[in-house]
Design a protein around this ligand. Structure first.
Ligand SMILES: Cc1ncc(COP(=O)(O)O)c(C=O)c1O
Length: 413
């Protein structure tokens, strides 16, 4: 066990140590990570770091003391709301990430159903592709998760979702796009099903919320997925993914303020006065918000359009190359910038391990056993190197017949 150093050490020695500690980290700035990290270039990163550092000590717990945070929060919510056509009545909040956004979407739906219909044994209906954080929400907020199988194209099936709804259902959810196979669910049909039963519909656009609007602007066919779709009542968008902000910032938007009110918590049942909070956390640094605000202003619509186009081009390049490879199976044509692929003649997780030995980090998932790439702008010049490493890794595993345990998507350590 390490104790505190008896005396403080020099800043230079500490920074050296930090460099040493990060020596074996995946090289995400060079596009070696097809997961976990996003990079819009050194200029954007440097600005984000400055903005983050400037507000690292501020506290989102009470923005009355930090009008700067209140103003940046309003700006960021308005910018995201504008992209998603949220309308003037919309109400949002800044959260710490996609998981917190989903937790709060579920909490709000539970609260609404309790208040309006007296539902005491809440259930939510969602496709098997919806993110694992919904399960965390189910466990933490006492909402039963009813998972509905997706079709052969890995998209949610509206009729199956409809059939799973009952009197205790409080929420229907879908994804734009789903994490595992990167396809956009038929949001309009699902939202229509939800609306016809008087239920809220959450669209998890944690991945696609900043990419799909840009692909639409670029003239690509994009399945309707945002607040223009009648029946969509809330959406989540992660700024620390394709917003290219540092980690710790996401947006949850509701179609109106009343819906948002059910995500709030308040108490005065202690000796410290009124405590109100829209999120899971209490104290929270202003750094991620300030960095997101700075990056969004730096990039503007033009910058995001360029980054989304680069990420999309890299995704299509990768998808096309995978389709041509013998023994490799692309699980679904990517609707945005995520894709998954499996192997007919090799163990996917062993190939993943062999890729890691070559410096590339891809996610491993099942069922079906497959590798997953979250492609972002940094990958534009990297696909050739990645394919060369993949071919080597694939051949090595095919020849040896080796097998491996799946690496975890997230770890509880
Ligand atoms: C579609 C989707 N929703 C939610 C999340 C959870 O986001 P976070 O890891 O920021 O909590 C992810 C993460 O990859 C995701 O892909």
């Amino acid at each position: 066990m390490t104790a505190l150093p008896p005396r403080g050490r020099s800043a230079a020695a500490i920074l050296d140590d930090l460099d040493r500690l990060s020596r074996d980290d995946v090289d995400w700035r060079s596009g070696r990570a097809f997961s976990l990290a996003y990079h819009a270039g050194p200029d954007v990163e440097a600005l984000a770091e400055l903005a983050h550092a400037r507000f690292a000590g501020s506290n989102m717990l009470n923005v009355a003391a930090f009008p700067s945070l209140r103003a940046m929060q309003a700006d960021v919510l308005a910018m995201v709301g504008d992209l998603l056509h949220a309308g003037p009545a919309a109400a949002g909040s800044i959260t710490s990430g996609g998981t917190e956004s989903l937790l709060l979407a579920v909490k709000a739906a539970r609260g609404l159903a309790r208040a309006e219909r007296g539902v005491e044994r809440p259930r939510m209906v969602l496709p098997t592709t919806a993110h694992a954080a919904f399960e965390k929400a189910a466990a933490d907020y006492g909402v039963e998760s009813v998972r509905v199988p997706v079709g052969p194209d890995f998209r949610a099936v509206p009729a199956a979702i409809e059939a799973a709804i009952d009197d205790d259902t409080v929420l229907v959810a879908c994804s734009a796009p789903s994490y595992p196979q990167g396809v956009v669910d038929p949001v309009a049909e699902i939202a229509a099903v939800a609306a016809s039963r008087g239920l809220p519909c959450h669209v998890d656009a944690c991945m696609g919320g900043l990419v799909l609007p840009m692909l639409e602007r670029a003239g690509e066919p994009v399945t309707p997925f945002d607040f223009r779709v009648p029946g969509v009542t809330s959406m989540s968008v992660d700024l620390h993914k394709y917003g290219y902000a540092p980690k710790g910032v996401s947006v949850l938007l509701h179609r109106d303020k009343r819906r948002r009110s059910f995500q709030a918590f308040s108490t005065d049942n202690w000796l410290g006065g009124f405590y109100g909070s829209l999120g899971v956390l209490g104290t929270r640094g202003g750094g991620p918000l300030a960095a997101a605000w700075a990056v969004m202003n730096r990039l503007g619509a033009e910058g995001y359009l360029g980054l989304a186009s680069e990420a999309r081009a890299a995704t299509l390049e990768l998808a096309g190359a995978l389709r041509e490879r013998r023994g490799v199976r692309l699980l679904a044509p990517p609707d945005a910038t995520l894709l998954a692929f499996g192997f007919d003649d090799a163990d996917a997780f062993a190939v993943g391990a062999a890729l890691a030995r070559r410096g590339f980090w891809v996610d491993q998932q099942s069922p079906p056993p497959s590798l997953h790439c979250t492609v972002n702008a940094v990958h534009r010049g990297v696909i050739c190197d990645f394919l060369a490493a993949l071919d080597e890794a694939h051949e090595e595993v095919r020849r040896s017949g080796s097998r491996a345990e799946a690496k975890a998507y997230g770890r509880a350590e």
